[in-house]
Design a protein around this ligand. Structure first.
Ligand code: KG4
Ligand code: ZN
Length: 338
């Protein structure tokens, strides 16, 4: 059978990424992080777009070189069409279109949220694990969704956040505590050293499978302001306990919804993805769920959880097999739905 080489490009937010895939296996996976945003405490869209323009040629070049693949060998170019920041998406989209046109090979548009989910099939020889149907919980700085996945391209969002993403809950809490951006990893590290039940934060009341995190952020802000008034060193004195309590609350919110989703759908195979799935507390809670609730859980390799182009490549590969290509008239779509 034919060898299929895919070059994939991801530029939806603040990471410029390129990957080369051969028959569903990753040959190279390059990510250029943009450090410029940390001093602003969040991603600045205009700066992100400009950094993508600077990074895209060297990142693609590096991906091809590391894979030891010449562009003449490529069978298709896959790219992130959306959702994401328009100025960022445009850089990857224009680049992919031009390259596919120049090489006269198929262009494949990829939905970033589907890619976070299908990342589980990278390096899976027959692309059969997780088995369909499964539930995917995509948790990152930009997304919080529970998706019922019936086949590669038959997915249904059954729950999502009505305000902040779960990663924002980590990052905004961290900002209140004076931690750097993004604060998720630091909160995770400190949570291991603290008491998760030191402080109680009420969980938001949202019906069904939807999430809300903005109320939690406000509750944490008021709590900290009140405590600091009484003890100016409150944060420094109790930072690990505060982090552990915040993380415990967030995990509780995610778990409640997962439990409800498995109950409503009868599906016990659960896959997670997105940057927040790196969180050690969440990973542990899922593992515990295998014993407690009879779940089978799937956690992707770390490098495939945060934004990357390998996940775009696997979708490219699966769409290539179906002959599902995009035309040169395809446009970036900031609010693309699953
Ligand atoms: O997927 P990602 O790299 O980018 C997008 O937002 O799409 O996710 C980044 C988010 C940030 O909010 C970051 O704080 C969070 O993932 N994060 C974590 C951890 N590692 C990254 N949150 C909690 N615990 C972690 N270990
Ligand atoms: Zn993402």
């Amino acid at each position: 059978s034919q060898n299929i080489y895919i070059l994939a490009i991801e530029s939806s937010c603040d990471d410029t990424a390129a990957a080369v895939m051969l028959n569903g296996k990753i040959l190279s996976n390059i990510v250029a992080n943009q450090n410029i945003h940390s001093e602003y405490g969040g991603v600045v869209p205009e700066l992100a777009s400009r950094a993508h323009q600077q990074n895209i040629v060297p990142v693609v070049h590096q991906a091809l070189k590391k894979a030891n693949v010449d562009k003449s060998q490529l069978n298709a170019i896959a790219f992130t069409r959306g959702p994401g920041l328009m100025g960022s998406l445009l850089v990857g989209t224009s680049f992919a279109k031009s390259l596919a046109y120049g090489l006269q090979i198929p262009l494949i548009d990829v939905n970033h949220m589907q890619a976070h989910i299908l990342a589980h099939f990278i390096e899976e020889p027959e692309f059969t694990k997780p088995p369909f149907p499964f539930l995917a919980m995509t948790i990152s700085g930009g997304h919080t969704q529970i998706v019922k996945v019936s086949s590669y391209f038959n997915m249904e969002v059954i729950g999502e956040t009505i305000d902040d993403a779960v990663g924002e809950a980590f990052d905004k809490s961290g900002k209140i505590l004076g931690l750097g951006y993004p604060a998720g990893p630091e909160i995770d590290r400190r949570a291991k050293l603290g008491n998760p039940k030191a402080y109680q934060f009420t969980k938001p009341r949202v019906d069904g499978l939807n999430f809300s995190f903005s109320g939690l952020k406000t509750a944490i802000l008021y709590f900290i302001q009140r405590e600091v008034k009484a003890n100016p060193n409150f944060i420094e004195d109790n930072l690990n306990d505060i982090c552990a309590s915040i993380q415990y609350t967030i995990i509780g919110i995610l778990l409640d919804k997962l439990k409800l989703a498995t109950k409503q759908t009868g599906i016990n195979h659960i896959a997670i993805g997105g940057g927040v799935s790196a969180n050690s507390g969440i990973r542990q809670a899922l593992k515990d769920g295998e014993q407690k609730f009879g779940w089978t859980t799937y956690v992707p390799k770390f490098e495939y959880t945060t934004d990357n182009a390998a996940m775009i490549a696997i979708v490219g590969h699966l769409k290539y097999l179906e002959g599902n290509y995009a035309g040169q008239n395809v446009m970036a779509s900031a609010r693309l739905k699953i």
